[in-house]
Design a binder for this molecule. Structure first.
Ligand SMILES: Cc1cc2nc3c(=O)[nH]c(=O)nc-3n(C[C@H](O)[C@H](O)[C@H](O)COP(=O)(O)OP(=O)(O)OC[C@H]3O[C@@H](n4cnc5c(N)ncnc54)[C@H](O)[C@@H]3O)c2cc1C
Length: 381
């Protein structure tokens, strides 16, 4: 029976393993991860304070428990450094291992801007449980937090921190939070609501440098403003982990390139999740990886299945101002049309032929998200 190796035990790796086991309990399955292999829901990292969760209590199952549940071997604290496509083997800390099918579910890494200043190396970012543990330990010693990036993740962390008594500054290059994901009135309403909860926005601005000033950090903005803070958290986005695949000769763009069957440019090697680009789409969030895992499990089980994507809205975890966004996954020309109601804002993004390409909903109107999604053509039909 074919031996499948999955690199990565994030949502992509574990979801695929579960889907595989629904179809076949016998075949050899090995998962390898360079972290501790805990199963957790990454989206909860940005609302864990509000939910009363810590890094430890976010863990739903240990690697040992997952290994039993999945009838799989799981190698933790093991880094894979190389793929040899000719020999069909990978090299990791424990030596070389052969595969019949290899699945890359190795995620993405925070983008790091080389800021000036002698404390730039103290900037934190949160993309896994260990990062979160470090953040929570630092938070215990912080009265002030400055967040770089007022996108989805930055606003979610700002909202979550507002449930504590730290003061919060948030800086972004764009003139509004959530940039192109929101039309102007909805963005203004979000900013006003978060501001009224004590979050200080510095928009149309940028961090230039981070300096150490005695026991605190002094953040210098592009316009010359200096903000004293205890912690700087970067939320400026992630870049797919493509280096190992590229070194092995696999095609990469914004992610490791795969076809509709999640196969890379190399036969027998597949990719899904934050590391993968399906056709022209790199969509680093949960719904796409769930669809991909179901399709790939079917294909690996002998039932060749192409992944398809309906329009997939994202619920933004800003309970101070409930919000759902469904941007077009491709760059398209269009305009926002906003309708302000007593219950919130309903906004369509439309092209000049009046086709609905995306939408945003706020307040009580977020309940319309499924109905509105149906008005949008499938992203991958
Ligand atoms: C704070 C935050 C909030 C989010 N909120 C939402 C949300 O509300 N809704 C939503 O849809 N999405 C959200 N997302 C995005 C979503 O969480 C991700 O799309 C998803 O978790 C990615 O899973 P993954 O398995 O592809 O990657 P990861 O979870 O990053 O897993 C990668 C795995 O690969 C392993 N690995 C990497 N390189 C190697 C190597 N060389 N050798 C061995 N192992 C390796 C790692 O150890 C890890 O196990 C959020 C993301 C963040 C950071």
């Amino acid at each position: 029976m074919a031996k499948t190796i999955i690199l990565g035990t994030g949502l992509a790796g574990y979801t695929l393993a579960r889907e595989l086991r629904k179809r076949d309990q016998q075949s050899e399955l090995l998962l390898i991860t360079h972290d501790d292999g805990s199963s957790y829901s990454k989206p909860m990292l940005s609302n864990a304070l509000d939910k009363g969760k810590t890094a430890d209590t976010l863990v739903m199952a240990s690697a040992e428990k997952m290994a039993v549940d999945l009838s799989a071997d799981i190698w933790t604290y093991t880094t894979v450094s190389e793929i040899d496509t000719a020999k069909r083997q990978i090299t990791c800390d424990r030596g070389s291992v052969e595969y019949d099918n290899l699945v890359l579910a190795i995620g993405a890494s925070p983008i790091r801007i080389p800021f000036a200043g002698d404390a730039a190396d103290q900037i934190l970012s949160i993309n896994n449980l260990e990062d979160y543990r470090v953040f929570r330990a630092a938070l215990k010693k912080s009265q002030r937090v400055l967040i770089i990036g007022a996108g989805l993740i930055g606003c979610e962390f700002a909202n979550d921190l507002s449930s504590t008594d730290v003061s919060i500054d948030i800086v972004d290059l764009a003139p509004q939070p959530l940039g192109h994901l929101l039309p102007a009135q909805a963005a203004r309403a979000l900013r006003d609501r978060l501001s009224s909860a004590g979050i200080n926005f510095h928009l149309d601005n940028a961090v230039a440098a981070v300096h150490q000033a005695d026991d605190t950090l002094s953040v210098e903005l592009k316009d010359g403003t200096r903000i004293e803070t205890d912690m700087v958290l970067s939320a400026i986005g992630l870049r797919a982990n493509t280096a190992m695949a590229t070194a092995a000769g696999l095609d990469s763009g914004r992610g490791i390139k795969v076809d509709r069957y999640l196969q890379t440019s190399q036969q027998g090697i597949y990719a899904l999740g934050d590391c993968a680009q399906v056709e022209d789409l790199h969509l680093p969030f949960v719904m796409p990886l769930m669809n991909a895992a179901r399709a790939l499990a079917a294909t690996l089980g002998g039932d060749k299945t192409a992944v398809s994507y309906p329009a997939m809205p994202v619920v933004v975890k800003t309970p101070l101002y409930p919000l759902v966004v469904c941007p077009s996954p491709r760059p398209v020309d269009g305009e926002w049309h906003e309708e302000v109601t007593d219950q919130g804002i309903r906004a369509w993004f439309r092209d000049d032929k009046c086709n609905n390409l995306g939408f945003a909903l706020t307040g009580e109107l977020v309940k319309e998200r499924m109905a509105m999604s149906k008005e949008i053509a499938d992203w991958l039909a």
